[in-house]
Structures are given as C-alpha cells and as structure tokens.
Design a protein around this ligand. Structure first.
Ligand code: NZQ
Ligand code: ZN
Length: 393
C-alpha cells in the first residue's frame, strides 16, 4: 500500500427532513453572511428552495441568492459570484443542487480570497504538480442529485470560456464543511439524470479500482462493495423514482465513491474522466452520459495490459464464474455495457452528439505535451486517447 494522507472533515446530515438542520449547521460552522448558490430553477419547482430558506430564516442567518448555475458550470457565473462575495462580505457559501452548483460554489470560495484570478488555480491533465488551493471561504451543501460526489470531494471542475475546456481546481480547503443529504430530494430527478448519476458514481470507483498498486485489499473490497451496491439499486430506482431505500443507498454510495475513502493508498487512474471532460466541454453533454461512452472504450483498450484485474472486476462486481481470465475479463466488460444500456445510457459518439471529425481536436484539448501521458493503469499518450475516441464511434 502506498503512503497517504487523508482529510475528510465534512459533517454529513443524512436522511428525511435533514434539510431542517441547514440553518443551524451554517451557524455552527461560522456562517453569518451567506451566499445561497443554486442552478437553473429545479429547486424552486420542487420546493427545496423554500425549505432551505425557511431553515436559514429560522436560524436568523442573513443570505443573498445567486442562481443560474448551468450543468458543466461556467466561469462567467463564478466571476459574478466572486464579485458578489467580496461586495457583500460573504463569509459562507451554501450550495443547493448537484455537482455543478457545488463546483461553482467551490470556485467562488477560493476565488473570493485570492488576490489574482481564480484561473490561477485551474489545471489540465498535463499538470503533474497542480496548484493547490490554500484558503477558501467555507462551503455547505444541500444535495439534490447523487452523482458527482462533490459534497465530499476536494475538487471542482469548471468550464472555461471561450476555450471550450473543462479544468479542475483542487485542495482539501475545498471540501465542504457540511452536506445535508435528504434522499427524498432526488425523487424528482428525470430518469436520464438519475442514470447519469449512477454511471458517474460507478466511474469514480473504477478510476480508483484499476490501479498498478498491489496489496490494497481493504480498499479493493470497499470499491467492489460500492460498485455492487450501485448496480443492485439501479433497477429499483429506474422502476420507481420514489423508492426511498434505493435513493438513500445510491446517495451514500455517491459520497463513498468520491470522498477518496476508496482511493487512499493506491495510485489512481482518471483517464476516462480526463477524456470525458473534453466531450462535455465541447458538446455540453452530461458528464455521466459522456462517461457511459468513454469508460467501456477505455476498458476495451487497456484490458490487454491488465487482464487479471479485469477478471477480478468481472467476478467480484458482475458475478462472472471463475475460469479463463481473458474470457472472464471480456464477459465482465460485456455485462458492464449491458448494464449501461439497461439504464438508458448512450453507447456511441452519435448518441452523444459527438463528431468523429472532432477527434484530433478533442485529443489535443487534453493538453498532453510530448512525452506526457494520462492515467496510470496504462499510461496513455495522445495517440492512445485518439484510439479510445475512435472506439467510441
Ligand atoms: O440546474 P438545475 O435546475 O439545478 O437542474 C439540474 C441540472 O439540470 C438537475 N437537477 C439537479 N437536482 C435535481 C434536478 N432536477 C430535478 N430534481 C432534482 N432533485 O440535474 C441537472 C444536472 O445537474 P448537475 O449538477 O450538472 O449534475 P451532477 O451532480 O452530475 O454534476 C455534474 C458536474 O460535476 C462535475 C462534472 O464534470 C459536471 O460538471 N464533476 C465534479 C466532480 C467533483 N467536484 O468532485 C467530480 C465528477 O467526476 C465530475 O467531473
Ligand atoms: Zn465523475
């Protein structure tokens, strides 16, 4: 097992009516002047906004709203938020929504305390020593979609305009102080968004599970448990969007998949995320849908470099009977693809709205310079990334 340091300071308030705790939690974590950040209006339609505001008012917490975060959050609103936070002397940011809202809040939180531009903290896939955020306004989250895991993670992803690039910011200072997670808030998700969330949660584990590190049994077993849970609960939630038990298990799996409890002590991969981010940056598709196309293609491409691990994945996650490793590995991938199809996810570039002729541009946008590679399970150069994109076609 590799050496590691792990900090996960987030306080989780989970379950029915947990949103009633919001105001008290903001106060407990020092918030007195709050920026209330949200997306395109779903929280107003579903009544979540009113419930959160009621909790803030009951606790006597002052706030100013800033809505309008788009999926694949844009830098323009981040800049607006930074200006607002400085003008209003904001001391706490409350994000109500999904990964896009939380990520936008995180970028505002670090930008507001930084003398320069928030872009100083963004980095691409070619960066081996990313700039790390050392100070940020505290953030709280009221989560409305189980997917990105940003409620417990140390990073955010922002779409930079006009470059059509998605770039990451990282640092433990970005981990939310608290996350309120009421699974009932996810009942209103359309089936497509629910499925995109399932894919993303599963993918966060895959990125950690496919590792060159040895002797990481504790986290291997955790990873497998989270992946099996996501698959097992997916049928129930696709059949009945108001299945509390399925929604609750998926929601908590989403946090476990990405707060890094499954990833410590091992070298992680993250190729599929790197590759997908260029798709959602260029075509504005949903991140989970992009992963549904990219990740099986990545698996197909790298499988020959690590057949044993794929055989274990097949047995432990997909219940493939032990036997010849290469056949097991292929069967595991085929069951993964079948699962993605069963929850209504796209399988090809065309279904995603992506174009074959853009492949060289997409691969270039990753920014890998000569000799630089992506991932660790198998190190990928730009030509490998192009080959993976071609498998997506
Ligand atoms: O905009 P609103 O009105 O809020 O609608 C959203 C949005 O259209 C809607 N929605 C959310 N909760 C709902 C709901 N609709 C009905 N009922 C509800 N309860 O769902 C749509 C998608 O929301 P979004 O926040 O974009 O989804 P998600 O949580 O999947 O976040 C995706 C973003 O997270 C980034 C992705 O790249 C993408 O930009 N990621 C962030 C990570 C992190 N910070 O650690 C890691 C991930 O790998 C990922 O890259
Ligand atoms: Zn993801």
């Amino acid at each position: 097992m590799e050496n590691f340091e792990f900090e996960s300071p987030t306080h989780f308030a989970f379950g029915r009516e947990s949103e009633k705790r919001t105001g008290e939690l903001v106060k407990a974590f020092g918030g007195t002047r709050v920026l209330l950040h949200f997306g395109g209006g779903s929280i107003k339609r579903t009544g979540v906004y009113g419930k959160v505001v009621a909790s803030l008012e009951a606790a006597g917490v002052w706030f100013v709203p800033l809505g309008g975060v788009k999926p694949n959050p844009r830098e323009a609103l981040v800049r607006e938020g930074i200006g607002l936070a400085r003008r209003e002397k904001i001391d706490f940011i409350l994000a109500v929504g999904g990964g896009s809202v939380v990520d936008s809040a995180k970028a505002i939180a670090c930008g507001a305390l930084h003398d320069g531009d928030f872009r100083d903290f963004t980095f691409g896939k070619d960066c081996k020593n990313p700039p790390v955020v050392k100070s940020a306004l505290p953030i709280g989250v009221v989560l409305t979609i189980a997917a990105a895991g940003s409620e417990g993670s140390c990073n955010c992803v922002i779409s930079l305009e006009p470059d059509n690039l998605k770039r990451t910011i990282t640092g433990d200072r970005l981990r939310p102080r608290f996350a309120v997670m009421n699974p009932e808030f996810t009942f209103t998700l359309p089936p497509y968004q629910t499925a995109c969330g399932l894919v993303d949660i599963f993918a966060h584990v895959v990125e950690r599970y496919f590792t060159p590190s040895r002797d990481v049994r504790a986290t291997d077993e955790l990873c497998e448990a989270v992946m099996r849970t996501v698959v097992a609960e997916s049928a129930a939630v696709m059949k009945d969007p108001s299945d509390y038990s399925a929604r609750a298990n998926i929601m908590w799996a989403g946090t476990l998949a990405h707060n890094n409890v499954c990833g410590v002590g091992r070298v992680q991969d993250w190729s599929s995320h790197g590759i997908e981010h260029e798709l959602s940056a260029l075509y504005d598709c949903a991140h989970g849908a992009g992963l549904a196309v990219v990740m099986p293609a990545w698996m197909e491409y790298v499988m020959p470099s690590g057949v044993s691990r794929f055989a274990r994945f097949a047995e432990k996650v997909w219940g493939v009977a032990p036997g010849d490793e290469a056949s097991m590995a292929r069967e595991g991938l085929s069951r993964y693809r079948a699962w993605l199809k069963s929850i209504g996810m796209p399988a090809t570039f065309a279904e995603l709205g992506a174009k074959e002729e853009d492949i060289p541009l997409l691969a270039r946008n990753l920014g890998l310079k000569d000799g630089q590679t992506l991932g660790s399970f198998r190190k990928l150069a730009t030509a490998d990334v192009e080959a993976i994109f071609r498998l997506c076609v």
